[in-house]
Design a protein around this ligand. Structure first.
Ligand SMILES: Cc1cc2nc3c(=O)[nH]c(=O)nc-3n(C[C@H](O)[C@H](O)[C@H](O)COP(=O)(O)OP(=O)(O)OC[C@H]3O[C@@H](n4cnc5c(N)ncnc54)[C@H](O)[C@@H]3O)c2cc1C
Ligand SMILES: *[C@@H]1O[C@H](CO)[C@@H](O)[C@H](O)[C@H]1NC(C)=O
Ligand SMILES: *[C@@H]1O[C@H](CO)[C@@H](O)[C@H](O)[C@H]1NC(C)=O
Ligand SMILES: *[C@@H]1O[C@H](CO)[C@@H](O)[C@H](O)[C@H]1NC(C)=O
Ligand SMILES: *[C@@H]1O[C@H](CO)[C@@H](O)[C@H](O)[C@H]1NC(C)=O
Ligand SMILES: *[C@@H]1O[C@H](CO)[C@@H](O)[C@H](O)[C@H]1NC(C)=O
Ligand SMILES: *[C@@H]1O[C@H](CO)[C@@H](O)[C@H](O)[C@H]1NC(C)=O
Ligand SMILES: CC(=O)N[C@H]1CO[C@H](CO)[C@@H](O)[C@@H]1O
Length: 579
């Protein structure tokens, strides 16, 4: 059909251009319009029975007050929908196993847990095999108003996977759509399904004898490409290779009514209309379900070495990083760890061999086409470091030493967690609140210094670590606490975010919004920007079936924030939550 359309329209367009005839323009215009009307008519036809028009059509945005509380499938409707879905994927691609359901109601490291876990979990986990399966499933869910959450690696940290509208809710798992579909080394790209892990993709690329390519973004181990598109993930490599927003070429997306779209063709750049690719990146499964992703690849640096530099204060370290970037040196990775993090690492000593100064430390990965090129960059870095009172500068000489030096950074989160058992009052109840903010690079050092001081003032001295992807102004704070202090930490995180916002920053550089950061978004962007996001959501997902309640509120009667504070306190008093 596509080729027929092309053959017929192209000559007509040429004629139209050359004769400049208003008649043929009108003809095309009316054809398009009537097709549009037919599909709108069809659309209203299938939806008008149950839904009242919600946002006034003449509005450009949807303030929360213009929406009504969404109604979702009751048991009998859910069962009808479920029977139809079973026909599509088959018995063995559906599970009710309690253990599997529970593994899909939350994420292991997430700070935010379902406030009402008996209800807020999926009723069933469904494993599709193809884009067509997903399209049929969504069509059914849309018809019966069954809420659905797409899941990939289940490692997200801001409560993105909580089934707030359970128990008649579906988890659509991509763990069986985990194939690499096309590898195009000459084009520096690869086409994958959502269930491919970035680590597995990296292994695949390393195994290719005839090419030397790598994929940039490197978030938590276990994260998959689908979820990484969902949260617009990045990691230690972002200062050089940027985030998912810059590393996705095109997407195949299934919309809530089952429509399948491709966001664009495969060249590395395109100026063809609206940027639909980036419309979907970072939407956390609220706007469409991604079933195929074409990713940009990069040439792996021929030589890469690691160095670490320790400083008397975190401000000296942050100033060094700022100066390095302003001089045009572009490390492949540049990370900052604070004094506490370095003592956690040194004292828990996970790798068993290294000893580290317990001082604020910068970690660098420097790459280049030749050893002398790398050495030149290290010289500049070392000299900037010493101008900023550097105490010790170590550089790796080979691949083994690369691994050894970098391991302190890699072990950061685990070290912090283990350290919690040593320093918290109740070692049986170690909680970690891991969160991130990002600011313009020139504001990073003051932001870190202020948040650092604030956390000390709030009573967390020695109980938090700073681990920043400093190369792009992003820093993570990991706070250790016992459950009864939940609200105290929550207040400190508010202050942390407000500090970042004061410096023109964002409440999240990479973990996304989920439910954990929802309340900050209107403050960061302004109510009207959120009203526009809601408008887009309602236009594409009128029944709000896709991952409801995430990123922003869709229900004027939403009391999730209150539930969360209450639920977290209850849960943590009742059980020893051991990671
Ligand atoms: C130890 C640890 C370290 C981490 N470090 C980092 C880090 O450095 N940088 C970083 O960015 N993050 C980090 N994270 C967070 C996490 O790894 C990222 O948020 C990651 O992008 C989540 O991917 P996932 O496959 O686990 O997604 P999931 O948790 O499965 O899903 C994430 C979101 O995407 C949606 N989604 C999933 N699949 C699809 C699909 N097919 N279509 C549409 N939507 C979909 C989900 O609905 C959800 O909203 C870390 C996490 C842990 C546990
Ligand atoms: C479910 O809702 C439908 C209407 O949407 C209603 O007819 C039916 O009785 C309800 N079933 C139950 C079990 O409440
Ligand atoms: C489950 O999905 C796989 C892949 O599509 C398919 O081979 C298998 O037949 C399905 N199971 C059933 C019972 O239909
Ligand atoms: C699963 O989907 C792939 C296409 O992605 C297809 O080739 C394969 O035949 C499907 N398997 C089954 C059993 O339908
Ligand atoms: C991107 O576009 C190319 C060319 O049309 C296509 O082959 C590829 O499958 C598309 N990728 C996705 C994820 O849609
Ligand atoms: C990050 O990038 C470097 C190249 O600069 C590469 O060697 C490495 O595999 C990438 N991923 C991680 C997790 O470091
Ligand atoms: C690092 O930890 C070890 C114990 O594991 C300790 O003996 C050493 O003094 C620490 N190093 C520094 C620089 O504090
Ligand atoms: C993965 C995960 O955190 N699952 C949780 C789902 O909910 C139950 C009940 O609260 C928890 O025990 C699980 O840990």
């Amino acid at each position: 059909m596509f080729s027929i359309l092309k053959k017929r329209t192209i000559p007509r367009l040429i004629r139209q251009y050359s004769s400049n005839s208003p008649k043929s323009t009108n003809y095309l215009y009316y054809t398009a319009l009537s097709v549009g009307f037919i599909s709108v008519g069809y659309y209203i036809g299938i939806n008008s029975k149950n839904s009242t028009p919600i946002a006034t059509p003449s509005r450009s945005t949807s303030p929360l007050s213009t929406l009504t509380t969404p109604q979702y499938a009751n048991d009998s409707k859910f069962n009808i929908a479920f029977e139809q879905i079973k026909q599509i994927v088959g018995d063995s691609n559906i599970t009710f196993e309690e253990e599997v359901l529970l593994s899909h109601n939350d994420s292991f490291f997430s700070t935010h847990h379902p406030p009402n876990p008996q209800v807020q979990k999926p009723k069933v986990v469904v494993y599709p095999n193809s884009t067509e399966d997903v399209s049929k499933i969504l069509k059914i869910c849309n018809e019966y108003k069954v809420p659905l959450i797409a899941n990939s690696g289940l490692t997200s940290l801001e409560g993105q996977n909580i089934h707030t509208r359970g128990p008649n809710s579906i988890s659509l798992s991509f763990s069986r759509m985990d194939k690499i579909l096309q590898f195009n080394p000459k084009d520096l790209d690869v086409v994958v399904q959502p269930g491919v892990g970035w680590v597995e993709l990296d292994d695949f690329l390393k195994d290719q004898q005839d090419s030397n390519l790598m994929f940039g973004p490197d978030p938590g181990i276990g994260a998959n490409i689908g979820g990484m598109v969902g949260t617009s993930a990045s990691g230690t490599n972002a200062s050089k290779y940027l985030t998912m927003k810059e590393n996705v070429i095109n997407l195949t997306v299934v919309l809530p009514d089952g429509t399948i779209i491709k966001t664009r063709q495969r060249p590395r750049k395109s100026a063809a209309g609206y940027d639909l690719t980036r419309l979907f990146i970072g939407t956390e499964g609220t706007l469409g379900v991604i079933t195929e992703i074409t990713l940009k690849l990069h040439v792996r640096p021929k030589f890469e070495f690691v160095s670490i530099a320790s400083f008397p204060t975190i401000t000296d370290a942050a100033n060094t990083a700022e100066t390095i970037l302003s001089q045009g040196v572009n490390p492949n990775a540049m990370e900052i760890l604070n004094e506490e993090m370095m003592s956690f690492v040194n004292e828990t000593n996970i790798d068993g061999k290294s000893e580290y100064l317990q001082k604020p430390t910068l970690f660098f990965k420097i790459g280049g086409p030749s050893i002398s090129n790398v050495q030149d960059q290290f010289k500049i870095i070392e000299s900037i470091s010493s101008e900023n009172k550097c105490l010790e500068f170590k550089t790796s000489q080979n691949q083994d030493e690369n691994e050894e030096l970098w391991s302190a950074r890699r072990n950061g989160l685990w070290s912090t967690y283990q350290y919690g058992t040593k320093i918290l009052k109740d070692p049986e109840d170690v909680q970690v609140w891991t969160t991130d903010v990002a600011v313009p690079i020139s504001k990073l050092s003051i932001t870190i210094a202020e948040i650092n001081q604030m956390l000390i003032d709030e009573g967390f001295e020695g109980k938090f670590s700073v681990m920043g992807h400093i190369g792009d102004g992003n820093c993570h704070f990991i706070i250790l606490y016992n459950s009864p202090d939940y609200l105290k930490v929550s207040k400190a995180v508010d202050k942390m975010v407000f500090t970042a916002l004061k410096y023109e920053g964002t409440c999240t550089g990479e973990h996304g919004v989920g439910i954990g950061k929802r309340k900050y978004l209107p403050i960061e962007l302004g109510e009207t920007s959120i009203d526009l996001m809601r408008h887009i959501k309602k236009a594409i997902d009128p029944n709000t079936i896709l991952n409801p309640d995430k990123i922003f509120k869709i229900d004027p009667n939403d009391d999730l924030d209150e539930q969360l504070e209450h639920g977290n306190l209850l849960e943590k008093q009742n059980c020893m939550y051991n990671h």
